[in-house]
Write a protein that binds this ligand. Structure first.
Ligand code: PFF
Length: 429
């Protein structure tokens, strides 16, 4: 459940819809599903196996199981955790702000067709966006500082059903809006002429981001698993939950996007512009808006904690810092790095070769480092630590893992080859 809590977050409700909108809708969704089933599931199982065997964080696990240059994969994870959290906390801050805005006139403005202006004014406010970033980071630092992340798993057991429940209500509202069919068509009827190499790379990046893969989080969570747990089964549950939330979020956003004439390719603001309009068309819209953004905030929070745990665990294990020092020093550094992201969406700082700072940080981690990390993890279990991995995923032969051969060859050839090809064809700034 903690792993599912790490996976389900802003990636599903904020990032998945806007990336789907940007890369053409249904065809992108199909490619995304293929990536998740073939590459995502295999890499997740590989990570869990590595962690359960080594019982350590990612750097330590690679050092213990193989040594050589392999711990670098763990360090790549440290880099990703650091950079992703810096902008993830910015978006989590937006979610928190929208929670409060739900009762503060947001419904009226959205009903009057001004949801886009409200969002624009909010992200252009340099003080507010930075203050929200600091508040989010303060809470994240506080929880990790005191080492009380243990409560995360319990909160997931309540949060997940609640999030599903509210998404179902929203889907019903959204698909019954006049003009919703056009959105359903965009989201569900593929048009493969819109697919590009860049789009396929974006699907891989989104798969890794959404499932929290390629950076050692699942290695760390695997290290807590008992030796008799059925990891292939667990992998299926995490992937299904995560994918279900993303697909449901799309079913809320796209019918509404077309019904209200919002631009599907609007970018990171898509969810924040569309949802308030949906809420404003519901009885008790303010209440639903508050409940939804509060749930989304908690989902984001569990993911943020997992990102920060990676950074803090590495500084404890590798730099030999205390938990308190790691949490404070790393937390402050991440907050500082978050400031340019927070300011960039409102256009307060110059772009980096045509990309906002936030987009640039997102691009480097999701489209470059995470897929590369996933590729190395797949190669590691496929070719270098094969016997150990085989024993792990089958619980030393106790478990009949039907897809073992498929999994092995995906790790050996299919996943690395796909990622390499996609890199060559799709890596465009
Ligand atoms: N999977 C999270 C989401 O979809 O929001 C984000 C995330 C968490 C990415 C942890 C990476 C990670 F290590």
């Amino acid at each position: 459940m903690a792993a599912a809590g790490s996976a389900v977050g802003l990636g599903n409700v904020w990032r998945f819809p806007y990336i789907t909108g940007k890369y053409g809708g249904a065809a992108f969704v199909l490619i995304y599903l293929a990536v998740v089933v073939v590459i995502g599931m295999s890499v997740m199982l590989a990570e869990l196996a590595i962690g359960r065997k080594a019982k350590l964080d990612a750097v330590g696990s690679f050092r213990k199981l193989m040594g050589g240059a392999w711990p670098i994969v763990g360090w790549m994870g440290f880099f990703c955790g650091f950079v992703i959290l810096s902008y993830y906390a910015v978006i989590a801050g937006w979610t928190m702000a929208y929670m409060f805005k739900s009762f503060g006139g947001l419904m009226g403005e959205a009903a009057a067709g001004k949801a886009g202006d409200v969002f624009g004014a909010f992200v252009s406010d340099p003080v507010l966006t930075v203050v929200y970033l600091c508040v989010v980071m303060a809470v994240v630092i506080g929880v990790v500082y005191r080492g009380i992340s243990g409560g995360i798993e319990k909160s997931c057991k309540v949060l997940m059903p609640a999030l599903f429940g509210i998404l179902i209500i929203l889907i019903i509202r959204s698909v019954t809006l006049p003009g919703a069919t056009e959105g359903l068509r965009f989201y569900l009827l593929p048009d493969f002429s819109k697919v590009s190499g860049e789009g396929v790379l974006a699907a891989v990046g989104q798969g890794f981001f959404s499932l929290s893969l390629g950076m050692g989080i699942m290695i760390t969570y695997g290290s807590y698993l008992g030796n008799h747990e059925n990891m292939p089964h667990m992998t299926r549950i995490i992937v299904c939950l995560d994918t279900a939330v993303a697909i449901m979020a799309g079913l809320v956003i796209f019918p509404a996007v077309f019904a209200f004439g919002v631009d599907a390719g609007a970018g990171p603001g898509l969810t924040f512009v569309t949802l308030p309009i949906v809420f404003s068309k519901m009885p008790m819209g303010g209440f639903f808006s508050f409940a939804f953004f509060a749930l989304l905030f908690i989902a984001a929070f569990t993911s943020a904690i997992s990102l920060f745990e990676v950074v803090v665990t590495y500084s404890i294990d590798e730099l030999h810092w205390s938990r308190a020092k790691s949490a404070i020093v790393m937390g402050l550094a991440i907050t500082l790095l978050g400031v340019p992201s927070a300011l960039s969406v409102g256009g307060h700082i110059p772009q980096i070769f045509g990309k906002d700072f936030l987009d640039a940080a997102d691009f480097v981690t999701n489209n470059v480092v995470m897929p590369l990390g996933g590729m190395l993890i797949a190669l590691f279990v496929g070719w270098f630590w094969t016997k150990g991995a085989t024993d792990e995923v089958t619980n030393n032969g106790e478990l009949n893992f039907k897809y073992y051969t498929a999994w092995l060859w995906i790790c050996r050839v299919i996943a690395p080859l796909c990622i390499a090809l996609i890199f060559i064809n799709g890596l465009k700034w």
